[in-house]
Design a protein around this ligand. Structure first.
Ligand SMILES: Cc1cc2nc3c(=O)[nH]c(=O)nc-3n(C[C@H](O)[C@H](O)[C@H](O)COP(=O)(O)O)c2cc1C
Length: 372
């Protein structure tokens, strides 16, 4: 159920705790998942992740969500993206998470993903040294290439069953590692979104055609993950609310998908958009996807997370005050300024604790005891 907009007259809403399933977050600021393309060639995280996530653990955000992490080797965006398909990956991820937890009290989530027909692309800053058409042949619901990528292999029913197991196994590993929250990536044209969208799904079996048939595989993945992930731990889904094309997935489809997810125990939806078709025409402006979070929150009655060009504390606060979303995810603004939440606290006059080592930079905030 979506919580009602908090009604207090004093104190900001951004720094009001929120409960997701049995997890309590100190505030409503989430660091959005952001792929770093910095794992080993086998998808194992390392020093970069410790440095990057450790910094964000000290940011003051209530929740940090680790980057899109693939459930199988061919599901990675590039050969340097993180994965969680073996116990070796889990051990390295555990090392990263333990390092962060020793330094700061932030809660940590992980995003599980399969990039489908957009997998196997070069690392962005090495694109000139790698084959333009992609590093391996991708898989997808149908043999429809994302323009510029290799034509994907259409998944058979038994390959889809293997993927269900891969998602569930990765969810179990994420729980064993100690993540507090799990998010399924069903946005940006990647595998689960590619089943939903008419741009990429032309199947003629039970998994294509009508909207409910196109939703079937993503819902099966959700069910498999919900069964593998503890019932008390929050499980959310990131979706593209619209393909931004007349023929594609629309906001009303997202509302229907959200209702199906909510009835299966989904704890929140993060509303992003686009990624299915190069013909998309996105209307960018501050908070341009917030309306999607508001519609889904109102019409499907599910907790929502807003994301996209939310760069100021005042906009984040306004989104919550208007009851448009329950949580606010910050992406690039947190890369540019990893202490974004602490600056937001100062701006909103909130006395949130700061690591004592940084207290002299935030004289308006009280030092907290931990983090020595
Ligand atoms: C470097 C980078 C990597 C990203 N990787 C992911 C990812 O792994 N998973 C995901 O769902 N979104 C990813 N995104 C999208 C962000 O999570 C976020 O939705 C987007 O940047 C818009 O929010 P912003 O305007 O606050 O940056 C990435 C964005 C950036 C800039």
């Amino acid at each position: 159920m979506s919580p009602a907009a908090p009604t207090s007259t004093s104190g900001s809403l951004l720094f009001r705790p929120i409960q997701l399933n049995t997890l309590e977050l100190d505030n409503r600021i989430v660091i959005s998942p952001m792929g770093m393309f910095s794992a080993s060639a086998d998808g194992i995280p390392g020093d970069w992740h410790k440095m990057h996530l450790g910094t964000l653990a000290l940011s003051g955000a209530g929740l940090v969500i680790m980057e899109a992490t693939a459930v199988s080797p061919e599901g990675r965006a590039s050969d340097r993206c993180t994965g969680l398909w073996t116990d070796e990956h889990a051990a390295a991820m555990h090392d990263v998470l333990s390092f962060c937890r020793r330094l700061a009290p932030a809660k940590f989530g992980i995003q599980l993903s399969h990039m489908g027909r957009k997998a196997g692309r070069p690392v962005p800053w090495k694109a000139h040294r790698q084959p333009a058409e992609g590093l391996w042949d991708p898989v997808a619901p149908s043999a429809i290439a994302y323009p510029g990528n290799n034509v994907p292999h259409p998944l058979s029913k038994s390959e889809m069953s293997q993927l269900l197991r891969a998602f569930a196994d990765a969810a179990r590993r994420a729980d064993d590692i100690g993540f507090d929250l799990l998010e399924l990536h069903s946005a940006h044209g990647y595998l689960l979104h590619s089943y939903l969208s008419p741009h990429s799904n032309a199947r003629t079996d039970r998994y294509g055609g009508t909207r409910s048939a196109r939703m079937r595989f993503p819902l099966e993945v959700f069910e498999a993950v919900r069964a593998a992930w503890p019932s008390g731990k929050p499980l959310g889904v990131r979706v593209s609310a619209t393909d931004w094309t007349p023929q594609g997935w629309q906001l009303e489809d997202t509302v229907a998908f959200a209702s199906e997810l909510a009835s299966r125990g989904c704890d929140y939806l993060c509303l992003s958009s686009g990624g299915s078709s190069p013909e998309q025409r996105i209307e960018l402006s501050p908070g341009y996807q917030v309306g999607f979070a508001e519609t889904v929150k109102t019409e499907a009655g599910i907790t929502t997370m807003a994301v996209g060009l939310i760069t100021t504390a005042s906009l984040a606060e306004q989104i919550l005050k208007r009851g448009q979303a329950d949580l606010v995810a910050i992406g690039r603004a947190a890369l540019a300024n990893p202490r974004w939440p602490l600056h937001a606290a100062v701006e909103l006059g909130e006395a949130v604790g700061v690591a004592p080592q940084y207290a002299r930079a935030f004289t308006q905030l009280p030092p907290r005891g931990a983090g020595s």
